[in-house]
Design a protein around this ligand. Structure first.
Ligand code: ATP
Length: 485
């Protein structure tokens, strides 16, 4: 491979650089306090709601569950799809300069040697000499203080032995024999495929630098201590994008992508006071990164990472070129120059984003009860885009007169949006149920609908206001009122 010196390249021009943007974001230093302070919402409330409404629950529950693995039920799967769709819409559909990749989870084992994961993708593991429980050392020991109570010790705290490095990659074998030559890893990140496939994708998509390759998919990490519900799990989904730029333009693109990603969360309704950008300290930087920030969210347990945005330089392309012996440089035809692009990477987690959106949307309010008093109402004030169901169709009762019209309305709306038909229980209870899973509109079919005016009552989730709209105008009404942009 030709070794290239970025400083030998001709000057940057406007086309190498990002467009001017002006995003007002909150930046904090690397050592900013991580305490979440007093939080309106507890993790227990979120976990309980998710379980009760079947959004997210333990994997293999009937067998006692599996730590670090969670299942997304019907509404949870829809929420997760909506997070991914919103990301893809922003990253791909609304831009012309990012293309999609859906690479295999199993990759050639040399990929993980080249990337540095075989050698360095480790966490320090420590074990209590008395109860044998295992912990990530940096979480179990803070300063000199050991923080876990030992169930078997006469002293109250665990007695940790020296830490050893534990590789987080899951290993498996391809083919019928478990010999060393058949060993492969489950990918711990989606990013590497974008580097390995860089030349092929660039050539066939005919993209010119600057451009990006984006991928959404499962990743696996054998986390020592999975915790905080879906925040840290062993099997999760990532939304990652590698943006290839001309060396020298990388810092401007890094700034640009920090702004874009901040803006994405805000546009999807996340409260600004719960979001911040934190710089990585020099000793926190990954081996490949020149500069990294985390987008952090104020979870009930602490300010924690939602997404990392790294300037990965030309590290990965150079490493894969070296290990594979293939040329992964880029030829700029207009300038007749060849170079290895620098890479800026926004890397987000689908599960973490879904959790943050759930926490952010969770509200408990007082609402008038059917008996004229006040009631407690739990509400998920999700952005319409993220709401698993856009409208619920509720006949006032299961009366034979109402059901056919209500079903007709459901079928009419189903062609455009994800809707739910529900005729079980009192109307008040059905409203509450829809509020709890964030459905923006309830459409009620009553006797007046079938006997008089062929109009329905539309109830707004947030304001609880009601409006009468004729069935003929219903699609138009929802089109106007659903914020799906
Ligand atoms: P952490 O420091 O929390 O372990 P990381 O810095 O190793 O995360 P990255 O390698 O930057 O994470 O991965 C990008 C994103 O993938 C993270 O910001 C997070 O949203 C998600 N992610 C990483 N590990 C996990 C996990 N074990 N469970 C859920 N999501 C994860």
């Amino acid at each position: 491979m030709t070794q290239l010196d970025p400083s030998a390249l001709s000057d940057l021009t406007e086309g190498d650089l990002p467009p001017e943007t002006d995003v007002d974001l909150v930046h904090v230093p690397a050592d900013a306090d991580t305490s979440a302070g007093s939080h309106d919402t507890s993790m227990d409330a979120i976990v309980e709601l998710c379980k009760r409404r079947g959004l997210i629950f333990q994997s293999s529950e009937i067998y006692g569950g599996l730590r670090g693995a969670w299942d997304y039920g019907p509404l949870g799967a829809a929420l997760k799809d909506n997070v991914k769709d919103a990301w893809k819409r922003d990253m791909l559909q609304l831009r012309g300069d990012v293309v999609q990749l859906d690479a295999a989870i199993l990759m050639h084992p040399r990929v993980w040697e080249a990337s540095g994961h075989v050698e360095g993708f480790t966490d320090p593991l420590t074990e209590c000499r008395t109860c044998n429980a295992r912990f990530r050392e940096d979480q179990a020991v803070q300063g000199d203080a050991k923080t876990y109570e030992c169930p078997r010790s006469d002293y109250s705290l665990c007695d940790f032995g020296p830490a050893r490095q534990f590789n987080l990659m899951f290993q498996t074998h391809v083919g019928p024999t478990e010999e060393s030559g058949s060993k492969v890893w489950m990918r711990p990140e989606t990013a590497q495929a974008m580097f390995v496939d860089f030349a092929h994708v660039q050539l066939t998509s005919r993209q010119k630098v600057p451009f990006g390759i984006a991928q959404v998919g499962k990743s696996f990490r054998n986390e020592i201590t999975p915790r905080n519900f879906i925040f840290r799990v062993r099997e999760f989904e990532q939304m990652e994008m590698e943006f290839f730029v001309r060396p020298g333009a990388d810092e401007q693109w890094h700034e640009y992508w920090i702004g874009q990603r901040w803006d994405w969360y805000i546009r999807l309704g996340m409260r600004r006071e719960n979001l911040r950008i934190r710089d990585h300290a020099a000793d926190e930087l990954s081996h490949y990164a020149k500069h990294t920030v985390d987008v952090e969210y104020r979870f009930p347990f602490a300010w924690s990472e939602l997404e990392g945005i790294a300037n990965r330089t030309d590290f990965d392309l150079n490493r894969h070129a070296e290990y594979s012996g293939k040329d992964l440089s880029y030829y700029d035809g207009e300038r007749d120059e060849r170079y290895v692009p620098y890479v800026v990477e926004p890397a987000a987690g689908v599960d973490r984003a879904a959790l943050a959106f759930l926490v952010d949307a969770y509200r408990v309010e007082e609402a008038p009860s059917a008996k004229g008093g006040t009631d407690r109402r739990v509400l998920l004030k999700l952005h319409h885009r993220l709401a698993p169901t856009k409208a619920a169709i509720l006949p006032l009762s299961r009366n034979d007169k109402l059901v056919p019209t209500a079903r007709e309305v459901a079928d009419l709306l189903r062609r455009r949006w994800t809707v739910q038909y529900d005729d079980a229980g009192s109307i008040g209870k059905r409203y509450r149920r829809q509020d709890e899973v964030g459905t923006p509109f309830c459409v009620t079919v009553d006797f007046q609908t079938v006997e008089e005016d062929r109009a329905v009552t539309i109830r707004d989730r947030d304001e609880m206001t009601q409006e009468r709209v004729s069935i003929d105008r219903l699609v138009e009404y929802l089109d106007d009122h659903l914020d799906l942009d």
